[in-house]
Design a protein around this ligand. Structure first.
Ligand SMILES: [Zn+2]
Length: 173
């Protein structure tokens, strides 16, 4: 598998054998010599469990200001981590509002530069809105701090040391 050094951007290949039964290993960058953590491809896909998985209305949710959120019926939404400790992880988004943060978030990442509840994605049938939740270091889209930003498939945003990419694909594709 190919891995990218978060310190210098060097790409190198790592044998999947190095993981053994471990989920993550520390790899030394061949270019800059720093170490970084790599997630085994076996566990690189994490599904976010919904709390009411068997209830059909799980696809709908209201925001605090009363806007209806809904997962699109014919599309799958996921977040791929491009940089940071969780690089390589793909989070499948299984509810219309998900939070990202350092603790008690739907997507919890180990990153000191990330606030406990840092930002949220609010998904409705025709748009995905990224919302900063009053984080200390801010949510960054295209080098700018944003309070909210509309994302499309392929859009990236930064929280702390992590860069996420939104992926929207057709179901069954
Ligand atoms: Zn490096």
């Amino acid at each position: 598998m190919e891995v990218r050094c978060p310190h210098c951007g060097n790409v190198q290949s790592v044998s999947e054998d190095v993981f053994g039964n471990r989920e993550k290993v520390d790899v030394a960058c061949l270019a800059c010599g720093k170490t970084f953590r790599v997630v085994s491809p076996k566990v690189a896909t994490v599904r976010i469990e919904t709390t009411r998985k068997s209830v059909p209305t799980v696809n709908l949710e209201y925001t605090e200001d009363g806007r209806l959120l809904a997962l699109p019926q014919h599309k799958e939404i996921s977040l791929r981590v491009l940089e940071g400790n969780e690089a390589g992880t793909v989070f499948s988004v299984a509810k219309p509002r998900i939070t990202i943060g350092r603790s008690n978030a739907d997507i919890t990442i180990d990153d000191r530069a990330v606030s406990r509840l840092h930002c949220a994605l609010e998904i409705s049938e025709d748009s995905v809105l990224l919302r900063d939740l009053g984080s200390t270091n801010g949510t960054i889209v295209g080098n700018q701090l944003v309070e909210t930003a509309t994302l499309t498939s392929g859009s990236t945003f930064r929280v702390g040391m992590h860069i996420f990419q939104l992926l929207i694909t057709s179901k069954g594709a």
